[in-house]
Design a protein around this ligand. Structure first.
Ligand code: SF4
Ligand code: SF4
Length: 450
């Protein structure tokens, strides 16, 4: 009744397709799956509450104002609500469209705009990240980082900069080294293109190298197009639609030139975005069909590897690991069984499951930089579940999750617990590495095998 009496004159509202909004029947099954609802218990920070606000704004009963912006910003975009929803609500489309429209219609305070500008000016640019890697490597290897952490100097920084420092990966000594060519086995089963990524390319070159070796070992010819740039995931998740479309078009053209049937991706966030290019560019007459065809060719590395039996010998890795589901793999791409099936092929590897496995670790793209307190809470929760498994290492399939969990482990006094991308373990097993040498290489920050 109060709603009928108080007539709001919205300055601007969002406008979302009613068929998408109508799919939500307000049942609430998604609430326990939502990390922000689990933490705060606030309906407006649940999927149901957010969809309700989107609807109110779409029918003109609420403005696209700072309040809506706050609850939409709080969403991690983990898509856990989509897995939990029995009505098939396409929350990914709703949140991305809402974010794009909010960015157009509302402004943010200057410090917020500056911080976001800094993120977008660095993260989607592998060359800039590599350049930044030089001072970061000096900071890390000169002992300055250890000193600053020990004496608590970093606590003087604003919280977001503290988070940035805590999440920094161990940067390779020479981030500008390029991927080595990896020769495939003689009978090539198929030709695939590989995405190198932004953060993955700059700071996780060892994961890209391991991916190439594993693909080659099972018989794929791997093509790595040069100057691929960014897939646009960060832009899509932040409502920067125009920029995201430009990145998508560039990526499509690059891989079309390479003439590959499959595009292999080893970063979950990039994979889920690239599989949605068809939707992103659906209204662009010149690109819609190309984007849809490209998206159909994109596959996570675990999907590609699961298609062909691994015929090469796999050496035992007697190690107990906990597998962490990256949200953009398990929820956004519904890839759950494949990584587990691949790890199960490694003799003597014991794979443990964690409690609350479907709950986000707090990484969520740049969420852990924009909302460090919430991200830390989720990271600490995940670490506790990890420790409960008594695993000797953590395995995941997304660089963002690995960085988030490394920082969470350090914060909780377990810096010694190693983290690996799933392909690193397959690679070690295919190469016959012992557990000792795998852990030693990890402990030494051995990132020189690119
Ligand atoms: S999003 Fe799905 S699970 Fe959540 S309230 Fe709506 S219909 Fe129910
Ligand atoms: S995407 Fe994740 S954080 Fe956002 S509403 Fe859905 S479950 Fe909650």
């Amino acid at each position: 009744m109060a709603e009928m009496l108080v007539k709001i004159e919205p300055q601007a509202s969002v406008s979302l397709p009613m068929p998408l909004l109508d799919k939500c029947v307000h049942c609430g099954f998604c609430l326990p799956a939502c990390p922000t609802y689990v933490l705060w218990g606030d309906e407006m920070d649940s999927p149901r509450g957010r969809i309700w606000m989107m609807r109110k704004s779409t029918i003109g009963e609420a403005a696209a104002d700072a309040n809506l912006q706050k609850h939409i910003d709080n969403c991690l975009g983990c898509m856990s609500c989509m897995t939990a929803c029995p009505s098939g609500v396409e929350y990914n489309k709703l949140i991305e469209e809402t974010r794009a429209q909010i960015e157009e219609s509302t402004s943010r305070p200057l410090p917020e705009r500056l911080f976001r500008w800094m993120l977008f000016a660095t993260f989607p640019h592998p060359q800039r990240l590599k350049l930044l890697g030089v001072p970061i490597a000096l900071y890390q290897r000169s002992g300055l980082q250890a000193l600053a952490r020990r004496i608590g100097l970093l606590k003087l920084l604003p919280k977001r900069l503290q988070a940035m420092e805590a999440l920094m990966p161990t940067v390779p000594l020479n981030p500008f080294r390029t991927l080595m060519k990896v020769s495939s086995v003689k009978t090539t089963r198929a030709r695939v293109g590989m995405l190198t990524g932004c953060v993955q390319d700059a700071y996780f070159g060892h994961v890209n190298a391991a991916t190439m070796r594993v693909l080659a070992a099972v018989g794929y010819e791997v093509v790595v197009p040069k100057s691929q740039g960014c897939c646009g995931a960060l832009m899509v998740h932040s409502g920067l639609e125009h920029e995201a479309k430009a990145y998508a078009k560039r990526m499509i053209a690059k891989f079309e030139e390479a003439g590959v049937d499959t595009v292999v991706i080893n970063a979950a966030g990039c994979g889920s975005t690239m599989k949605e290019y068809g939707y992103l560019l659906r209204d662009d007459a010149a690109w819609a069909a190309r984007a849809a065809a490209f998206s159909a060719r994109c596959k996570d590395v675990s999907e590609v590897l699961a298609e062909l039996p691994i015929e090469a010998a796999l050496a035992p890795l007697p190690l107990r690991v906990a597998y962490h589901d990256a949200c953009h793999l398990s929820h956004a791409q519904r890839i759950h069984a494949e990584p587990r099936a691949l790890l199960a092929q490694i003799p003597s590897l014991d794979v443990a499951e964690m409690a609350e496995a479907s709950l986000c670790c707090g990484s969520a793209g740049v969420y852990n930089l924009l909302h460090p307190e919430t991200a830390e809470e989720l990271g600490d929760r995940k670490v506790q579940h990890l420790l409960d498994t008594h695993a000797q290492a953590l395995v995941s399939a997304n660089p963002g999750c690995l960085l988030q969990l490394q920082a969470s482990l350090r914060r909780n006094g377990h810096a010694e617990l190693p983290t690996f991308h799933m392909v690193e373990l397959l690679d070690a097993s295919l190469r016959g590495l012992s557990v000792e040498s795998l852990l030693k290489r990890h402990n030494q920050g051995c990132r020189r095998d690119r």
